[in-house]
Unconditional design. Sequence first.
Lengths: 116, 114
Amino acid sequence: AQTVTQSQPEMSVQEAETVTLSCTYDTSENNYYLFWYKQPPSRQMILVIRQEAYKQQNATENRFSVNFQKAAKSFSLKISDSQLGDTAMYFCAFMNPPANAGKSTFGDGTTLTVKP
Amino acid sequence: DVKVTQSSRYLVKRTGEKVFLECVQDMDHENMFWYRQDPGLGLRLIYFSYDVKMKEKGDIPEGYSVSREKKERFSLILESASTNQTSMYLCASSHRKVTTGELFFGEGSRLTVL
């Protein structure tokens, strides 16, 4: 079974600074998908960014980027120019293909607070 | 926009009561999921369904059942609620014909069992 580990239960960052959230996973599969989801306080969880394991290039979505190290089974999320609206719980998730199956394994989450 | 709607944001029930948590999605998604979210434990999969009248057990199905009579609706049932089922319950859906793997979540139902 796959496991996903987020070793930082809580983090904080000053507005406009950069922060990196860590995620490691364990799998024997070669093809898979990795995700970062964001859950703002009292609001629904949404996808931040995704990475397909066969792609070597790190995914980027505006201020959000990942550092995907397949050999190390590491998938960290970097948030640049942090904004107050980035305050949320962030979950790292792993999915075996086929992607249309949708069945994901989640980490325990990291609560990020952006301070003004 | 994809919308996943959970019928109740907050519920308070008594031990032994039967509890229904309803989830409806409006984007014709084939896949639907029920997760339980607890502090320090992340999200754990309870049940999922890939089609109408189809269901599969997730990682923690004990004490729960589900129903999927229509494609857009996936219900989670607690036959006899217990205090250890006090939790946040999240419904999610995804499109079987789209290979991004993205899950779309509802706002959650926070259940307290007294």
